[in-house]
Design a protein around this ligand. Structure first.
Ligand code: 2NE
Length: 275
């Protein structure tokens, strides 16, 4: 794959190739734990990928292995910058801006695939949970740590996790803070497939290529429909936004606008009341 650098950042790498963007958390010395700057950069890159009409699939992954040979997708919030009210940025402001990123990944009308090698832990685990699909390397390790380190994610990290693995398993994951290997994750439906670590990226590209051969409008409506089942009014807004988009593309929708601009009554009688 001919990856092109799309933009240069401090904490992440951002690449593009034909139809695919790749966002790589690049703090392997911290097991790719994120600080506020990491999240701002990821948010910026995801916005870019969302706006790019050529991009249909985004791969989210972690840089590695580290010099000690260990891999990580993301080990959650960087505890060394955690202050009294959140993760403290360079200006001293405490933040939980990862929640904004979770919502962006969830609502963007393109497919986001997490490629997990090594640790997906804490807020890093939630990041893969909110991705549309997860491909795990055989060395992947999954788990929440919140109740151990004085934190929790009661949003998507709890409720959407429970939709994926069921209430009992989700409560086990959070209440016991155990770690689960890739096979266990596959068995509980937490990931889509498991591949040898050296095949992780090529498998992600294969999945992306298959998705890119499909209809973009069908995929975006399906993503919104899956979200609408769980996301209340925000989910319905996404789904309904797609209905509006499609309506704007019809002659019937255009007639209303055209009539307004031509200062005449719209003629909707020419359009059928379909059964
Ligand atoms: C990930 C894990 C299990 C890996 O263990 P191991 O033994 O392979 O590595 P080690 O030695 O623990 O970590 C390597 C280096 O990475 C740093 C460590 O401090 C260590 O640094 P040095 O001692 O070499 O200088 N590191 C790893 N994770 C870090 C982190 N999250 N923050 C800062 N430095 C980190 C093991 O490292 C681990 O358990 N990490 C902590 C996982 C964790 O509890 N994450 C936070 C959960 S809370 C959260 O993410 C969150 C939330 O609950 C709500 C909203 C937003 C975020």
């Amino acid at each position: 794959v001919n990856w092109q650098i799309a933009k240069t950042y401090e904490d992440i790498l951002y690449h593009k190739t034909d139809g695919i963007a790749k966002i790589t958390i690049n703090r392997p010395h911290k097991r790719n734990a994120f600080r506020p700057k990491t999240i701002f950069e990821m948010y910026d890159a995801f916005c870019d990928a969302r706006e790019d009409r050529n991009i249909g699939v985004i791969l989210l992954t972690g840089a590695g292995p580290h010099t000690d040979g260990k891999y990580a997708f993301c080990a959650g919030g960087d505890q060394s910058v955690r202050g009294k009210a959140g993760y403290v940025d360079d200006e001293g402001t405490p933040r939980l801006n990862v929640l904004d990123l979770q919502r962006l990944i969830r609502s963007m009308p393109k497919v986001v695939i997490a490629l997990v090698a090594g640790y997906a832990i804490g807020g890093g685990h939630v990041l893969h949970v909110v991705c549309d699909l997860t491909i795990a390397a055989d060395n992947a390790i999954f788990g929440q740590t919140g109740p151990k380190v004085g934190s929790f994610d009661g949003g998507f990290g709890a409720s959407y996790l429970a939709r994926i693995v069921g209430q009992k398993k989700a409560r086990e994951i959070w209440f016991l803070c155990r770690q689960y290997n890739a096979t266990e994750a596959l068995e509980m439906g937490l990931v889509n497939c498991v591949v040898p670590v050296e095949q992780l990226e090529s498998e992600g590209i294969q999945w992306a290529s298959e998705i890119l051969q499909k209809s973009p409008l069908a995929i975006r409506c399906l993503k919104a429909a899956f979200n609408a089942d769980c996301d209340g009014q925000a989910g319905l807004q996404e789904l309904a936004g797609n209905a509006t988009l499609l309506y704007y593309m019809t002659e019937e929708g255009t007639e209303g606008k055209q009539a307004f601009l031509e200062k005449r009554q719209p003629d909707f009688r020419q359009y059928p009341w379909l059964p």
